[in-house]
Design a binder for this molecule. Structure first.
Ligand SMILES: C[S@@+](CC[C@H](N)C(=O)[O-])C[C@H]1O[C@@H](n2cnc3c(N)ncnc32)[C@H](O)[C@@H]1O
Length: 273
């Protein structure tokens, strides 16, 4: 509830000008385990498959707070990892997770763009972040260059469950076009065209989407319920209404999300492409 004491800023906050009651930033994901529609059960299975070839080096491009990277390193003793993301606060959270999981000495979190990164690894991860390379095809082409011979890529990306109508597109994020994604078969074909073979093709469940979308919004809905009189309350309410509409009127049952475990097609590409 919004009582008077909550609005009393601490001395240091008053000095720094920060509002200790400010809403959680959009997309912070403080209630989420992963910043993608990924259940812990699916993550465990992805990790089990990914470490069977005993990767020594792992890189996660667009790692967010790097929970999957940290868990992979915990499951692959001796392996070292690099997580890259443009969002510094997520990387801080990743460093804390790594400390708690006992892998801090084997992981480096780097703030920066994924695309210029060039060091190949035995296991490459790119989940929910193909946009760092613009299109899924461009991402798969660039990521192929980063997978060592015999290595793997875990690629997580959106696809259309059915071709979107203009009416459906109108409910999605501004500027979304039908060309932004393919269908699932088309996405796997893009991976094959980039020089991979699909070891596993998995798609998100409705429960995973609901956990993800609700989890993102719940943090700010709970803040709103507790701070109805805050000066930013109207702004947060309106942003949440819009976010909920994009999900429930827009992408629910339209947008799929695939988790592809890919190996390099060494016969076709003659080693790393
Ligand atoms: C949906 S989140 C997925 C995070 C993480 N892979 C996961 O599954 O938990 C997408 C991430 O991509 C990052 N990202 C977006 N553009 C990027 C870029 N050009 N270079 C690196 N990271 C980027 C975002 O900051 C965000 O953390």
């Amino acid at each position: 509830m919004d009582d008077g004491t909550e609005h009393t800023a601490s001395q240091s906050d008053q000095h720094s000008g920060a509002d200790p009651l400010a809403p959680p930033p959009e997309g912070q994901g403080g209630l989420l385990t992963y910043n993608s529609p990924l259940s812990e059960a699916r993550a465990r299975s992805l990790i089990t498959t990914a470490v069977t070839h005993h990767p020594r080096t792992v890189v996660d491009l667009g790692c967010g707070w790097g929970r999957l990277l940290v868990d992979v390193l915990a499951a692959a003793p001796g392996a070292t990892g690099v997580g890259i993301d443009v969002h510094g606060p997520d990387l801080e959270r990743g460093r804390t997770l790594a400390e708690r999981s006992g892998v801090a000495d084997r992981v480096t979190f780097v703030t920066g763009e994924a695309e210029p990164y060039r060091d190949a690894a035995d296991l490459v991860i790119n989940i929910g972040a193909f946009q760092a390379y613009r299109t899924p095809a461009q991402a798969l082409g660039a990521l192929r260059e980063l997978v060592n011979p015999g290595g793997r890529l875990i690629f997580g990306a959106e696809f259309w469950e059915h071709p979107p109508t203009d009416a459906e597109l109108a409910h999605l994020w501004e500027g979304t076009t039908a060309e932004d994604c393919t269908d699932l078969a088309g996405l796997v074909d893009l991976a094959v065209a980039a020089g991979f073979r699909p070891v596993r093709t998995e798609t998100v469940t409705r429960t995973e989407w609901e956990e993800y979308e609700s989890g993102h919004m719940a943090e700010r809905e709970l803040w709103l319920a507790a701070h109805p009189g805050h000066p930013q309350a109207d702004e947060v309410r309106s942003a949440l209404d819009s976010q909920r509409s994009i999900w429930l009127r827009g992408h629910r049952d339209l947008l799929g999300f695939a988790y592809l475990t890919l190996v390099g097609d060494e016969a076709r590409t003659g080693g790393r492409a």
